[in-house]
Write a protein that binds this ligand. Sequence first.
Ligand code: ATP
Ligand code: MG
Length: 429
Amino acid sequence: MNYQKLKGTADLLPEQTKKWQVIEEKAKSLLKKYQFNEIRTPMFEQLELFARGVGETSDIVTKEMYDFKDKGDRHIALRPEGTAGVVRSFVENKLYGPEYHKPTKLYYIGPMFRYERPQSGRQRQFHQLGVEVFGSRNPATDVETMVLSMDLFKQYAITDLKLVINSLGSTESRQQYREALIEYLEPFFEELSKDSQERLYKNPLRVLDSKDKKDKEIVKDAPSILEYLDEASLVHFKAVQDMLTDLDIPFEIDTNMVRGLDYYNDTIFEVITTNPKFGANATICAGGRYDGLVEEVGGPETPAFGFGFGLERLVLLLDHMDYAYPELNPLDAYIVTMGEQANREANKLAYALRQNGLSVEREFMDRKAGKQFKTADKLNAKLVFTLGKNEIEQGVVQVKDLNSGDQSELSLNDVYTQFEQVYAKLTSK
Ligand code: ATP
Ligand code: MG
């Protein structure tokens, strides 16, 4: 039997995980600066949570759910996205309680599952990083979180970014807009794509972000949602724009940008890359304010703001850009060995060097010295320690600095007993 991975899944081999680790480390250290804390919630939840939290009519819930009955006959789903689980956890653990600092700033990173047709950048198990802020209605939260998303992508030297924002207003104003939009779209019914015809009465706002060419033309002249905002939403949206301007962060307003789900309100945003190599104007990150969701999931009324993005697509983008991933684990020392006694000593030496904080690899395969040196070179070792029969007899080790070419001989005893002085001398040359 030849086992193969399931369709839509991927093995991340060391060559790949090196990239992922760079991405994750840079992201995590930036998230720390912004004072976001990590939350890890289960990979599966009650199906009902996602139906509620993601939206019964969304593609995710109607078509893409990985759901099953477990042996206890519970209807379970692998999480298709991160927000629902985080909100469930926020409510269940009462993170809104008075003992917690507010707002609650959380991030998650991990695998998500959707039953989709796999293709490049579209898998059945993929990964998302997302943040959620709970408890702040302050437009400064919208701005800080949007700026964080832009800042994240800047960590990887992605510069051709565009911040696009819109406001969805309140539930009430959106209802009025909905009606106006249906009224505008109805005369075009026959010309709309099949998808948009279906959405017209169920969720007309989604016609606005149809990818269909003809649809796009039709919605160009549709009424703008901004004309329907109530006073509070207008003030909020203006404050968001002013604060972005304070930071000299350029942004565009796209009044046709929407979210499919009812619990979004006020500010929504997307980060778009204009890199032509990645298909101009591809969305790499999306998010917004969702003041209604915590209540929807059974918690107290709690304003919230968040975003999420896919890591596979980020890796693809970085590959397109020929991003030079920094080496996270540079090799400090490689130990070349010749003979059985050296083989034994090398264990001691590697152990001592590692105890002193160095990253070390040693020879295990008993190859010719020349081959071992080539390996040290290939692994980009800073220092090569050589142990042969003579060295063992004299209690010394030869050290070569591969950058400078400098060579020296050290007493093994010195290395073992006064590493710091020896190493300082070695690296100061
Ligand atoms: P798409 O239009 O590409 O299907 P989506 O609207 O379903 O995206 P969201 O549900 O908003 O996407 O998820 C956020 C991000 O997660 C996406 O922008 C993308 O980067 C990533 N993503 C979504 N589905 C997949 C998938 N099947 N494989 C890999 N990444 C995905
Ligand atoms: Mg999708």
